[in-house]
Design a protein around this ligand. Structure first.
Ligand code: ATP
Length: 372
């Protein structure tokens, strides 16, 4: 249930077979995407993967080479930007410096001669909790406040779809984290569809209900943040969303419950349901925080995988946790994040250690091993 008098109807967005070529460069190979109404959808990927181009195509600032764009079921592919029920918030706020906050927010409504521009602007400012600063000029506001004015201005005419292009990029880290939560709350309150572009995995995971990971003009995987983190399909997704330990080896046994992979002479078991490939050479992974460290060989436990002995080559303390780098002969370097407990066993640089993990926490990629 929404508490805002501002609640509007978000529309769904559908991209069908989108391709975008620039002279001499294909920015988007092939994109199919469906975003349900009222959702907070993040396009996440490294610089140059085609995120902004996708957003510009939806906004009508670029024309696709092939494919169609539908908003609320209506094909808007050939429409001009101002004919689309879409607004964009960019990283640079682009507020008018000579106008007050209220005038900035009401500007678009006035220009289009819409009813009650002042009342609507106040309502939008209340939503971003800035109505008390309505009479100020932009330069009298902090970066975060200016960003909220830009947001109020973008939602004041209740677009069916709001596009956000790295809108928090100019803020310092603390403010950025705070604004992430605020943006999410506002989105839930107004019920609009948000399409958010970012290269910050934490930002995408914190805010979005669905994340699409883009790489080289394609979507590698799409799903809820927890799903992408827990069950990445590719090495790219596994490494872009946090860090992971990956091992490749042949499948040496399988049941309906689990597969066993041979890694440097050891059997590593992964639940079948958590593996995207079940035959041939398979790459499996485990997140660093799921590994336990042992100072002597752990007792055999059928519910856990064990590796070792290895040697600690680096220890770095970061307050809440400590990161260990461990080399295991014929396997490679493992990364382990361990919570700092008061009296936990602390492995020292140069020391011998074993690692183990609950079989249920592993995952298996669908990548061809050559790709990993
Ligand atoms: P960033 O996070 O750095 O903004 P991005 O994922 O948003 O990256 P895009 O801006 O969509 O990336 O660009 C995708 C690719 O298309 C890049 O390699 C870029 O150089 C290229 N590109 C973008 N616009 C043009 C253009 N007008 N002409 C030629 N190539 C372009």
């Amino acid at each position: 249930m929404t508490t805002s008098a501002f609640a509007a109807q978000g529309a769904d967005l559908e991209l069908v077979g989108i391709q975008k070529r620039f002279p001499g460069f294909t920015a988007i190979e092939h994109l199919d995407l469906k975003i349900p109404p009222g959702s907070f959808f993040a396009l996440l990927g490294p610089s140059g993967c085609g995120k902004t181009t996708t957003l510009r195509l939806v906004a009508g600032l670029e024309e696709p080479t092939a494919g169609r764009i539908l908003i609320g079921g209506e094909d808007i592919t050939g429409k001009k930007p101002y004919q689309r029920p879409v607004n964009t918030v960019f990283q640079s706020y682009a507020l008018f410096p000579h106008m007050t906050v209220l005038e900035n927010v009401a500007f678009g409504l006035r220009r289009r001669r819409l009813d009650e521009p002042v009342a609507k602007a106040h309502e939008a400012l209340r939503l971003v909790e800035l109505d008390h600063l309505a009479a100020r000029k932009p330069q009298q506001l902090s970066g975060g406040q200016q960003q909220r004015v830009a947001l109020a201005r973008a939602i004041v005419n209740r677009p069916a779809l709001l596009l956000l292009d790295e809108p928090l990029g100019a803020l310092d880290l603390k403010l950025r984290r705070q604004m992430q939560l605020e943006l999410k709350t506002i989105q839930e309150e107004v019920g609009l569809t948000f399409l958010h572009v970012t290269h910050d995995q934490e930002e995408a995971m914190t805010m979005a209900d669905t994340v699409a990971v883009m790489n080289k003009g394609r979507i590698e995987q799409m799903g809820a943040p927890e799903e992408l983190y827990e069950l990445p399909k590719t090495a790219f997704v596994a490494n872009f969303l946090g860090q992971s330990n990956l091992f490749t080896g042949p499948v040496v046994g399988s049941t309906s419950e689990a597969i066993a992979v041979g890694v440097a002479g050891q059997r590593i078991v992964v639940p079948t349901a958590r593996a995207h490939r079940h035959v041939g050479e398979v790459t499996i992974g485990i997140r660093p925080e799921k590994l336990s460290l042992h100072l002597s060989a752990p007792a055999v436990d059928p519910a856990r995988n064990t590796m070792g002995p290895g040697r600690v080559i680096d220890v770095s303390f970061s307050g809440v946790s400590t990161q260990y780098l461990i080399t295991v002969p014929h396997v490679g370097t493992l990364i382990v994040f361990a919570q700092n407990m008061a009296f936990g066993p602390v492995a020292e640089e140069g020391g011998e250690v074993w690692v183990s993990w609950d079989i249920e926490h592993g995952f298996g990629l669908e990548d061809e091993p050559a790709d990993t």
